[in-house]
Design a protein around this ligand. Structure first.
Ligand code: AHG
Ligand code: MN
Ligand code: MN
Ligand code: MN
Length: 335
């Protein structure tokens, strides 16, 4: 039998970034170096997650974070790995993390031009069960002349220069998008130790009958939210109701939604009037990915998620994101 030819023109993340950089004549290479530090943090977080049960890294750290979550050991370790990667890159001026109460200013990175927000482990309640979790990141550029202030990160998603996430699932998937660009997906090849471009120009289907929401909260939902989700359980045009899929790791639910279409939601409700998910490192970066892939993302007031400006670094919001037509339908239930 003929041997399958080996692909010798692989596009690694490094190659992809280099090729992107030459397209932008004004680029200094700093963003590329920042991305190298980001990808190293993803590889190391992936490594420790995969070994967690073998090296006593399951369970709680015994502390909680600013937004009230109990921290898992891996929340703390991944946060430390991420911070160190950003510090050592020399390209990150300041960092906001879910696991840090305050902004971290990297005083030694004097010429750094970027501000980063991160959720080191998204879905950490799923960690000990070996269910997919992820890391979310959002990259802003410092204002002209700024040496790095709070104002450089308290910005809406429309100002982001790049955003994305890595999902640690059966394989490690990196999804990256840049301002005005497309969405590209990479798979970590463990043998090569490289992220390989496997999903170029990701586009969400315009419609798909799948909804993803923690329905256990429906008791607290506003009436229009209940009306919308109840409508999905009725026979649609094809005579069938929607399917429900909820992993409880936004990164994993979002990744599936990107590939298959449908809607992921974490609405604000009577118990959490400001929602659960946090704007800077959960809602805004996901909204950018979804919009750049042809979908939409809105908050519970049906405002474009990308335009929501947080007042404080850990501010929360309700969110609905997914296929273009599905978000239109949700808007119609809120009129
Ligand atoms: P994190 O693990 O970073 O604190 O985020 C948890 C979030 C998100 O991953 C997920 O969509 C949601 O919380 C799940 O919440 P419920 O358990 O309330 O459904
Ligand atoms: Mn948490
Ligand atoms: Mn999260
Ligand atoms: Mn987290």
């Amino acid at each position: 039998p003929e041997m399958d030819p080996v692909n010798t023109t692989i596009v690694t993340l490094t190659r992809f970034l280099t090729e992107e950089q030459v397209k932008h004549t004004e680029a200094t290479g700093d963003f590329t170096l920042l991305c190298h530090a980001l990808q190293f943090s993803f590889k190391s977080i992936a490594y420790y997650i995969r070994r967690a049960t073998l090296v006593n890294l399951t369970g709680l750290a015994g502390s909680s974070n600013t937004t009230g979550d109990d921290q898992k050991k891996l929340d703390v370790i991944s946060n430390d790995l991420f911070i160190e990667a950003m510090r050592s890159s020399g390209k990150c001026s300041l960092l906001v993390s879910e696991e840090e109460e305050n902004v971290i200013f990297f005083k030694d990175s004097q010429h750094a031009r970027y501000a980063v927000a991160c959720d080191p482990i998204d879905g950490s309640s799923n960690l000990d069960a070996g269910v997919s979790v992820g890391t979310i990141f959002a990259v802003h550029k410092l204002a002209e002349g700024s040496t790095g202030t709070l104002g450089d990160i308290l910005k809406p998603g429309t100002e982001l220069v790049a955003a994305g996430f890595t999902m640690y699932g059966a394989s490690t998937q990196l999804v990256l998008t840049m301002s005005g660009g497309s969405v590209n997906g990479f798979t970590l090849d463990i043998g090569l130790g490289e992220f390989i471009l496997t999903h170029p120009d990701m586009r969400l289907p315009r419609q798909r009958a799948i909804y993803s929401v923690n329905e256990g909260n429906s008791l607290y939902w506003e009436d229009n939210v209940n009306a919308y989700f109840n409508s999905l359980k009725e026979a649609q045009e094809d005579g069938k109701p929607y399917s429900a899929r909820y992993i409880g790791s936004m990164v994993a639910d979002a990744y599936r939604t990107l590939l298959y279409g449908g809607v992921f939601a974490y609405p604000a409700d009577k118990k959490n009037p400001k929602g659960k998910l946090r704007i800077l490192y959960e809602c805004a970066p996901m909204a950018m990915v979804f919009e750049n892939a042809g979908g939409q993302a809105v908050d519970s007031k049906m405002r474009r998620m990308m335009e929501v400006v947080p007042e404080n670094i850990h501010d929360k919001s309700g969110i609905f994101m997914g296929s273009y037509d599905e978000i239109e339908k949700i808007k119609s239930f809120h009129k």
